[in-house]
Design a protein around this ligand. Structure first.
Ligand SMILES: Cc1ncc(COP(=O)(O)O)c(C=O)c1O
Length: 455
């Protein structure tokens, strides 16, 4: 293989970890069939003025609208959005969220530092009431990676230790500090020195487990966390996604062991629930499923109602130890508009009974998918909690090609989803999706899988 081809193959392998490829032959064929002249012109302008970067460019299509569970492209096609970058918990443009935002925009659109505002206080209070156990003090940031950065700084200040343990394959954001604790080569490779003192350990994912645990986690990975805590002796924090959106869900005992190990070795437990807090898994916070209380919890994405970038760090009161240091210091750290959007989002989740809806629709969907599996041998492992669901296409060496083919066929039929880890179809709809809409999506998915199998 020539160096260029070897490099391209390596790049493809790396890129397949986090999302689907946006430079593939199938992408070009889909575009040839579905992209009209006006859309093409806009895409060309986008490419002309934006810096290129992996996973984001070149863009697939141009959107002109979104409402509820749908996005609408420039040519007026309405598409069920099962991706949404995990911001669309209450759907796009929920009328209550829009109304709250508009009201706030007219009243107080920005709050300079040194001042506070009613919306920010109300949101901090609400999150403190909703959060499990002793989590009660809050800081906001205009993005998930920034909130993770605040957590890392606070962990150093509170423990006097700078070392961390985090997971291979994890993602905590794309900034330099968060890629240092992240575990995906796409973000870490060839970038130069990262933060010192970060150690990655194997995640509790039986797929590809280096401890060869087979189909069920043997908890050796949890024992290994304790092993590193003990060997190093001065780890300040263990950082992990409570559940990975790829998705996989650690067994309950995993978190019991890791929590106990952190306590024994004086390390803080920081949980990243940026993509799924506020209901995606059927509880406000995923750690509630595990009766697990972290020392710090980080949430983001859908917190801003799918409108504003907003993330939050929520910690135990005893960790309020850095009054004389800058943890965040972000210009938009108390945005009244973002906070109004978040408060309205939480109200919608409570008033529309979305947590219960997610639990029952999630269970129903998993049953349907398992029935679908009996008709389609390429459907392999299915895993889900609430409306965070993964369907792995397992067709040997053809798996990722078949998954990609399925994805573009489904898109052509009006269903948008993302691929992850090469061949896993990730289903993350708005939590307001009805059962009929889910059935419609599953019909599209099944027809696309069947057509890919035949092709
Ligand atoms: C688990 C996880 N953590 C952190 C982030 C980073 O959030 P943001 O893009 O808001 O910086 C993401 C974003 O996808 C995520 O999925």
């Amino acid at each position: 293989m020539s160096h260029d081809r070897a490099q391209a193959a390596a790049t493809r392998a790396v890129m397949l970890t986090e999302g689907d490829l946006n430079v593939s032959q199938r992408r070009s064929s889909w575009a040839a069939d579905h992209i009209g002249d006006e859309t093409r012109e806009l895409l060309e302008l986008d490419a002309r003025y934006f810096l290129r970067q992996s996973l984001s460019t070149p863009c697939l299509n141009v959107l002109r609208g979104s409402k509820g569970v749908h996005i609408e492209d420039w040519e007026g096609r309405s598409i069920l959005d099962f991706h949404g970058n995990a911001v669309h918990q209450v759907g796009y443009g929920h009328p209550s969220v829009i109304a709250a935002v508009v009201r706030q925009l007219e009243k107080l659109p920005f709050c300079p530092r040194r001042y506070t505002n009613e919306q920010a206080i109300a949101l901090a209070r609400k999150l403190s009431e909703l959060s499990p156990g002793r989590l009660s003090k809050v800081l906001f940031a205009p993005g998930g990676a920034l909130a993770m950065g605040m957590a890392l700084k606070l962990a150093r200040m509170a423990t006097g230790r700078f070392k961390t343990i985090s997971m291979w394959d994890s993602f905590h954001g794309a900034s330099l500090d968060t890629i240092s604790i992240g575990g995906e080569a796409l973000f870490r490779q060839d970038i130069g020195p990262l933060l010192p003192g970060t150690q990655q350990v194997p995640p509790p994912n039986p797929a590809g487990c280096p401890f060869n645990c087979g189909h069920a986690c043997s908890l050796k990975c949890a024992d290994y966390v304790e092993y590193v805590l003990e060997k190093e002796g001065d780890i300040g924090a263990v950082i992990a996604e409570t559940a990975r959106s790829t998705p996989f869900f650690p067994p309950r005992e995993y978190w019991q062991k890791v929590r106990a190990a952190c306590d024994r070795h004086g390390a803080l437990l920081i949980l990243d629930e940026i993509p799924h807090a506020l209901g995606r898994t059927g509880r406000f916070f995923t750690c509630e499923h595990y009766d697990l209380e972290p020392d710090m919890l980080v949430i983001g994405k859908g917190l801003g109602g799918g409108i504003f970038p907003l993330a939050a760090l929520i910690v135990r009161e005893e960790l309020d130890v850095a009054g004389d240091r800058a943890l965040g210091h972000y210009t938009h750290e108390k945005s009244p508009v973002a906070c109004a959007a978040a408060l309205a989002t939480i109200r919608v989740i409570e008033q529309e009974g979305l947590l219960e809806h997610v639990r029952s629709l999630g269970t129903w969907t998993l049953e349907r998918l398992r029935t679908m599996q009996t008709r389609h041998p390429v459907i392999g492992h299915i895993e889900g909690m609430g409306l965070m669901i993964g369907v792995r296409i397992e067709a040997g060496a053809q798996s990722s090609e078949l998954a990609e083919d399925t994805m573009y066929r489904a898109l052509a039929a009006g269903l948008n989803f993302k691929l992850t880890m090469g061949s896993t179809i990730q289903l993350m709809p708005a939590l307001t999706l009805t059962r009929d809409q889910m059935q419609n999506a599953l019909d599209i998915l099944e027809q696309a899988i069947a057509a890919s199998e035949r092709a």
